[in-house]
Design a protein around this ligand. Structure first.
Ligand code: NAD
Length: 472
C-alpha cells in the first residue's frame, strides 16, 4: 500500500504541501512509514469533491447504499491480516487484541449499521404534518489514534449509509490502517468523491475542516480539550457538531463472596489497549469491608495480563502508543506517588530502551482531590477508592467532570438500582456484552450526541417537516 498519497475525488493524489508526517512503531521505537502532512488546499479539494458528489449520493435509494456497504464489508474482512499487522506497528496493539477488537468488532459494527439502516425512521406522520429525515451534506470526520479504525467506522459508515458524503482526517499518529479502508471503499465501487481522506495535523487539516464553508457537519472523537477547540471553530459557520470525548469511568463493586470475575472485567477495560480507551474503567470503587480480599484478588489476577512484544500471541499488554504517551502516563504515576497514593502494583516505568512500555499500575488510598483521581490518564493505571455505604459509592462514581461509561458488579437487583443513579451514557452490569444497537456517547464533558445503531445514524440526518394538510 502506498501511504504517501491522499484520497480525494476517487483518486490517490499527492499532498499539496510536499511535507510529511512520520509514523513510529512504539514497540521498536523506530519510524517505519510516512504520510502527507496535508494542508488547507487539500481540505478544500476534498470538500469540493464531497460537495459535488453529495446530491447524486443522497438521491440513491438506501438499498443501493447498503449494497455498496456490503461490498465494502467483504473487502474490509479480507484485509484482516494487513490490518492486524498495521495496528501492531502503528499503535503497538498486541496481536490478540488487534484481531478481536481492532478487526472483528469493527466488522460487527459495520454489519449492525447495515442491518439497522432500514429501521431509521426516514418518514414519520405527525397529527398535522409529515416529518422527513434527510442527510446533512458533507460530514468532516476527525478521529483519534487509540482505535484507529474503530472510531472511523463509528462515523464514516453511518454517515455514508444515511446519504452523506465524507471527508476523513484520521489521527496523524495512526493513519495507516485508514488507507486500507479508503482502498476498500474504492474497490467496493463507491462513487468518486463520496469518501475522501486527508491526512495531517489537527491544528492544520482539522482546523481547515472545521472552518470550511462546504463542510456541513463536524463529527469529532478525541480529547475534551480538542473537541472544544474544534466545536468553537465549527460554530462560527453554524455547522452541526457531534463530539465523542474523554472519560474517567467508575466501576463499583458491591459486596460479594468472590471478586475474580469482577476484577477480570475491570482489567479488560483498563489494561487492554494499554489503558488507551475512552471508556476505560479507571476508577475502581470497592467496599471498605472487603478491601484486603479485593487487593489480594487484584494482584493475583494482574498476573493474567502479561506485557510484552505485540507480536507474541500470549501478550495482553503492549507498549503505549508513543513517547508522548509514555511521558504523560509516567508523570501521572509520579504525581500519584507524590500526592500520597499507595502503589499496590507497577509503579514508575523504566526509561524506554526497547519500546514504550508501562506496566499495569494500581493505586490504592486514592482520594477524590488527587490529580490521578480526576484526570484522564489514558494509560494502564487503575485508581482504587473505598466506600462504606452505597450512597458514598455512587457519590464517588459521579464525582467527575466526565460521564462516558461506568460499571456495577454485584447482585443483580442492587446493581441495577445503583446503575440507574450513575451519570453516564453507558453503564455495564456484571460484565454484560456490548450491544452495537445501543447508543454510545457521553454525559457531561464526555460529549454531545450519540454513535451506534439507529441513534448513531440519526445523528447524520436532519429533519424537515412538511405541513401537508393545507386545504383551499
Ligand atoms: P486529540 O483531541 O488530541 O485528537 C483527536 C483528533 O483531533 C486527531 O485527529 C487530532 O489531529 C485532531 N485535533 C486535535 N486538536 C484539534 C484542533 N484544535 N482542531 C482540529 N482537529 C484537532 O485526541 P487523541 O489524543 O488523538 O485521542 C485521545 C482522546 O480521545 C482521549 O481523551 C479519549 O478519551 C478520546 N476518545 C474518545 C472516544 C469516544 O468515543 N468518546 C473514543 C476514543 C478516544
Amino acid at each position: 500500500m502506498d501511504f504517501e498519497k491522499l484520497y480525494i475525488g476517487g483518486e490517490w493524489v499527492p499532498g499539496s504541501t510536499g511535507e510529511w508526517i512520520e509514523v513510529e512503531d512504539p514497540a521498536a521505537m523506530e519510524v517505519f512509514a510516512r504520510v502527507p502532512r496535508g494542508g488547507p488546499a487539500d481540505v478544500d479539494q476534498a470538500a469540493r469533491a464531497a460537495h459535488e458528489a453529495f446530491p447524486a449520493w443522497a438521491a440513491r435509494p438506501l438499498a443501493d447504499r447498503i449494497a455498496l456497504m456490503e461490498q465494502f464489508l467483504d473487502i474490509f474482512r479480507s484485509q484482516e491480516e494487513d490490518i492486524i499487522e498495521l495496528e501492531m506497528r502503528e499503535l503497538g496493539a498486541p496481536w490478540s487484541f488487534a484481531k478481536s477488537s481492532h478487526c472483528e468488532y469493527q466488522y460487527t459494527r459495520v454489519r449492525s449499521y447495515i442491518d439497522l439502516a432500514p429501521q431509521v425512521p426516514m418518514v414519520e406522520k405527525m397529527p398535522l404534518s409529515t416529518v422527513y429525515r434527510e442527510p446533512v451534506g458533507v460530514v468532516g470526520c476527525i478521529t483519534p489514534w487509540n482505535y484507529p479504525l474503530g472510531q472511523v467506522v463509528q462515523k464514516v459508515v453511518p454517515a455514508l449509509l444515511m446519504g452523506n458524503t465524507v471527508v476523513l482526517k484520521p489521527s496523524q499518529h495512526t493513519p495507516l490502517s485508514c488507507y486500507l479502508m479508503a482502498d476498500a471503499f474504492a474497490r467496493a465501487g463507491f462513487p468518486k468523491g463520496v469518501f475522501n481522506m486527508v491526512t495531517g495535523r489537527g491544528g492544520e487539516v482539522g482546523d481547515a475542516m472545521a472552518s470550511h464553508p462546504l463542510i456541513d457537519m463536524i463529527s469529532f472523537t478525541g480529547s475534551t480539550k480538542g473537541g472544544i477547540q474544534v466545536a468553537q471553530r465549527a460554530l462560527a459557520s453554524v455547522k452541526r457538531i457531534s463530539l465523542e470525548l474523554g472519560g474517567k469511568s467508575p466501576d463499583i463493586f458491591l459486596p460479594m463472596e468472590n471478586y475474580d470475575d469482577a476484577v477480570r472485567s475491570c482489567f479488560n477495560s483498563i489494561f487492554l489497549n494499554s489503558g488507551q480507551t475512552c471508556t476505560a474503567l479507571s476508577r475502581l470503587i470497592i467496599p471498605a469491608s472487603d478491601r484486603a480480599k479485593i487487593e489480594e484478588t487484584l494482584v493475583r489476577i494482574a498476573a493474567e495480563y502479561p506485557m510484552g512484544d505485540p507480536r507474541d500471541h500470549s501478550v495482553k499488554v503492549g507498549p503505549v502508543a508513543s513517547m508522548a504517551q509514555y511521558r504523560k502516563i509516567r508523570s501521572y504515576i509520579e504525581q500519584g506517588i507524590a500526592d500520597g497514593a499507595h502503589v499496590l502494583l507497577g509503579g514508575v516505568p523504566d526509561e524506554p530502551t526497547h519500546g514504550y512500555y508501562v506496566a499495569p499500575t494500581i493505586f490504592t488510598d486514592v482520594t477524590p482531590d488527587m490529580t490521578i483521581a480526576k484526570d484522564e490518564i489514558f494509560g494502564p493505571v487503575l485508581c482504587v477508592f473505598t466506600y462504606d455505604t452505597i450512597e458514598e459509592a455512587i457519590r464517588l462514581a459521579n464525582d467527575t467532570a466526565y460521564g462516558l461509561n461506568a460499571a456495577v458488579y454485584g447482585p443483580k437487583d442492587e446493581a441495577v438500582a445503583a446503575a440507574k443513579q450513575i451519570q453516564a451514557g453507558n453503564v455495564y452490569i456484571n460484565d454484560s456484552p456490548r450491544d452495537t444497537a445501543a447508543p454510545f456517547g457521553g454525559y457531561k464533558q464526555s460529549g454531545l450526541g450519540r454513535e451506534g445503531g439507529v441513534y448513531g445514524m440519526m445523528e447524520f440526518t436532519q429533519q424537515k417537516a412538511l405541513f401537508d394538510t393545507y386545504k383551499e
